[in-house]
Every structure is written in structure tokens, then in C-alpha cells.
Design a protein around this ligand. Sequence first.
Ligand SMILES: [Zn+2]
Length: 183
Amino acid sequence: MHCSACKRGSLVPTRLDDLFIAHRCNHCGGHWVLISDFVSWKQAHPEREFAAITALEESEDSPMALFCPVSHTLMRKLKISTDTEHRLDYSAAVGGVWLDKGEWPLLKSLGLASCLNLLVTEGWQLKLKQSQTELNFADHYRSKFGDANYQELKRIRAWLATQPNRAELRQYLLSDDPYRIKG
Ligand SMILES: [Zn+2]
């Protein structure tokens, strides 16, 4: 197999971190991982956790869409977390993931290495979109109200939600003059 990321190296069988079967490019140092190989390894080692590393080597990210080294069709770019702009290249046709050099350490640093197989699922991708939307809303409110006001509003909202008579409390809050009988 040839590396479709750098187009110069060959993909050589290896084990990523001496753990599960993968192919490593002998030129750019990226890894090709079949999700099924990862899952088989995980099922055989359910107790294995990846220590969350912090010292991070510079991780690369191919900006362009890559071709799957097996099916030669274009791979999808999948976001992995709201904490990083890095995206995984995923070949749905083959069930394989391309990890650019440094992306595996990046997954470990984000605490996501042990769920590599989940990152490519529709469920994960949907949840991620939802979280991203929430973050966008939060940014919007923060810039609209100012950070201090936004924090205070959030505190009041959370408190209100715990009150059994919140409908009345809300009415009191929103009324122009709660001490006057509406006429
Ligand atoms: Zn390569």
C-alpha cells in the first residue's frame, strides 16, 4: 500500500504503540488503522486505559481531503472534539482511519484514544455538532450581554430551574411593576 497523504512512502505493517495492528508510512510517519483491528484489540484488553499525556509533539493535519489507501475513494474529514480543529480522515468504505503524524498523541492528550472507534460514528458526530452549536450560542450571549452579566443570568436560570413555583417567579421577574394590579 502506498501512502496517500505524502504520496511518497509505503505503508508498512506495525503495531501502534506496540498495541494494535496498524500500518505506518515509512516517509511521513502517519498511521493507517482499521477500526476493526482497534476494536478487536480493545475487546481483548478492556481494562487498558491510555494515560492522558500532556507533553505534545507538534501534530500535523492534512488540510486537503485524502484518498483512502485501500479503496482510493475520497475520505471524509471528521471533527473529533470541540477542543481541537484537528480532523480525522475516515474511509467509511473500508472502515479505516488515517492518523497524520502526531494525531495519535493528540487523541491521547484529549483523552479520546480509547474511543477511537466511537469518534467515527454518526452518534459521536451528532453529539459534537450539538456541543458546537451550544458553544456558538454561549459565545453569542457572552458578546451580547458581557461576560459578567452572562454568568449572572446563567446562575439565575439554574436557580429558577430548581424552583417548583418557577412560573410565578418568572412572572414576578418579567413584570414591569409586580406591585400593581393589571387593569
Ligand atoms: Zn506518508
